[in-house]
Design a protein around this ligand. Structure first.
Ligand SMILES: *[C@@H]1O[C@H](CO)[C@@H](O)[C@H](O)[C@H]1NC(C)=O
Ligand SMILES: *[C@@H]1O[C@H](CO)[C@@H](O)[C@H](O)[C@H]1NC(C)=O
Ligand SMILES: *[C@@H]1O[C@H](CO)[C@@H](O)[C@H](O)[C@H]1NC(C)=O
Ligand SMILES: *[C@@H]1O[C@H](CO)[C@@H](O)[C@H](O)[C@H]1NC(C)=O
Ligand SMILES: *[C@@H]1O[C@H](CO)[C@@H](O)[C@H](O)[C@H]1NC(C)=O
Length: 201
């Protein structure tokens, strides 16, 4: 299998716990918790970072992710989800989310870009790896503010992983997606995280 492409295998999950996750740039109460910041932007004038509210109209195509410095020789996948779905209401903990985006094959670019006055290093998909799930624009109900969480997974050297049928199904259907279960079952390491808010119009 080509590096950066995954298949889901429907077998029972191994109950591997990731150790050392601490609270941080994932929103309070959403799992998995992670403390490493990441910059996310739709245009370079505004960082869609650390819970800021982004106008829905600015979110129609996938954001660019960026790290504070270039990281050589690593590949990453981003998983973006909404923990505040109609199924849970606002305040969900990430175990019953809507999966908005799952893109593997990201690598650190070599050049920096200025995002709202801060120099960051974008993550790019130079090999044009197909998304596991293409980006779906945030669209919360009118007047409701939802959190949109991005978890960056380290996929360096990973050519496949096994998750449970339930997790595989939720990844395919996008609904009832449990990010915490996904991380535990896949054994992938969380590298950094971010979230921003969008209010329904
Ligand atoms: C992460 O972001 C928070 C909120 O903006 C900030 O307080 C903190 O200093 C940042 N941490 C790093 C390591 O940049
Ligand atoms: C990245 O890989 C190249 C080629 O193997 C190596 O020369 C370089 O030292 C590595 N860089 C880092 C930061 O690991
Ligand atoms: C998330 O919330 C659900 C529903 O309230 C609960 O069953 C589950 O144990 C919670 N998960 C975590 C990791 O807190
Ligand atoms: C982001 O949305 C959450 C959930 O609605 C809310 O609790 C939080 O206050 C919002 N953050 C900002 C900066 O508006
Ligand atoms: C996963 O989806 C398949 C096909 O729709 C279904 O047969 C199976 O029961 C589902 N498994 C779980 C655990 O949801």
């Amino acid at each position: 299998m080509r590096a950066g492409s995954f298949t889901f295998v429907s077998v029972a999950a191994t109950a591997t716990m990731l150790a050392g996750l601490v609270s941080g740039m994932t929103p309070s109460g959403v799992f998995p918790q992670n403390s490493e910041n990441m910059t996310n932007f739709y245009d370079t004038s505004t960082a869609a970072t650390n819970g800021v509210n982004i106008p829905k109209r600015n979110t129609n195509i996938a954001p660019t992710l960026a790290l504070d410095k270039a990281i050589a020789n690593k590949t990453f996948a981003v998983v973006m989800f909404d923990p505040d779905t109609p199924a849970t209401g606002v305040g969900g903990n990430g175990t019953n989310s809507f999966l908005h985006w799952f893109q593997d094959g990201l690598t650190s670019s070599v050049s920096e870009v200025d995002v709202a006055g801060k120099n960051v290093t974008p993550l790019v998909n130079v090999l044009h790896v197909a998304a596991l799930q293409t980006y779906v624009q945030p669209s919360p109900p009118t007047g409701q503010t939802h959190r949109y969480v991005q978890i960056l997974l380290d996929t360096t050297g990973v050519t496949g992983f096994v998750v449970s049928a339930a997790t595989g199904n939720a990844t395919t259907s996008r609904t009832g997606f449990d990010m915490n279960a996904f991380v535990q079952e896949s054994g992938l390491t969380v590298f950094s995280s971010n979230f921003f808010n969008v209010t329904g119009v």
